[in-house]
Write a protein that binds this ligand. Sequence first.
Ligand code: UGA
Length: 433
Amino acid sequence: MKISVVGTGYVGLVTGVTLSDIGHTVTCIDIDNEKIQKMKKGISPIYEPGLDELMSKNIKNKRLYFTNDSSEGFREQEVIYIAVGTPEADNGSADLEFIEKVAIDIAKNLKKDAIVVTKSTVPVGTNEKIQELINLNKDSAIKVEVVSNPEFLKEGSAINDSFNGERIVVGSNSIRAAKVIEKINEPFNIPVFKTDIRSAEMIKYASNAFLATKISYINEVANICSRVGANVEDVSNGMGLDSRIGSEFLNAGIGYGGSCFPKDTKALIHLAGLHNNNFDLLREVVKVNNNQQSIIVDKLIDRLSSINGKKIAVLGLSFKPNTDDMRDAPSLKVIETLLKYNANVIAYDPIAINNAKKVLKHKVLFTESIEEAIDKSDATLILTEWNEVKNIDLKLFSKMNYPLVIDGRNCFDLEKMRYENIEYHSIGRPPIM
Ligand code: UGA
């Protein structure tokens, strides 16, 4: 099939590359020409394990193309995927400016019948709006059908998730269009769940909001565990054995971040509000998440009395491991508070330093190794559970002024920390003093 994908962010680029890998001829379109020139050479603009290799392979096999010329990208295609961003607007809703622009652009450039597939996360009703905009702007002889096909991949494991996903949701009011999209995805060998457009749009928001709820739930349980002397790791393992609960997304920590959960939870609350539903449960999920970062800073201040002028090492900056993405990273809020109390922050991250520098500028000193960051520090805070951090030789902590480790991601075994005489505070687990 001849496919084009508009927008080369995480979702668009991974969609384009994986669809080309299963045999389709894919053109990825983006307005950013600098990015396009890089991608033509097989260089991915984002850090995502396995993506560069897959890009180069499919460019070489002449199945993957990049262009910033939308007329070229839309003219001859049978299927066009929309994967542009839907950022958070000031009122918490999803901003549909890019989606609407692309819909009009597609309509104006199409020269034959096509199916338009929305991958971007969009509020219920948006695909119908896209259909209307296209109908208003296209040549009346051309037929366009719209399909909602939300994306469920996770950053950091996007390639693996694309090939081994658990479901592909296809929402359409056209049986024919839904069948075409099912056929396109056949080589992935992933179950396809077909439904109407509005339900497909809702599945995406309800899924992300549910996962966010699981995280805030276990974080609240962790906060109670700290008070009653239980261990949240054992609690979540014990809960997860019940298949009705499931063991995933029950890792307590300093809260969820990234480009999806924070924005999608707020967008769903906004959507509910438009229909006179306050969605109190989800509001609490967001509130719990917003408070979760303060736990480790409070612990730090409690232990050191004052952090004014103290050297605080921060390990891990990205919103989760295996990505350089700093969008809504919990580390930003933690560091902001440390700086407010005049701490000297020395930070290390294996991949995200360049992106972190753009946000944190010169307010933080960045190092090239864990060792350098923690050397002579008064405390170490762990904010992202990178393997490099989890596998660190615990003896390194003896290089600190005093081995005080506050871990926002429960990276280390309590007994091992006790054995090394490290004062260790983590989330929802007994402290080691
Ligand atoms: C999330 C969803 O998991 C994907 O299914 C979805 O496609 C994607 O949003 C999206 O809408 O595009 P992503 O944001 O890439 O994916 O990352 P997650 O692995 O879901 O992690 C989100 C945040 O939750 C991270 O900050 C992570 O540290 C945190 N988290 C996750 C926890 O604190 N505890 C957990 O048990 C799991």
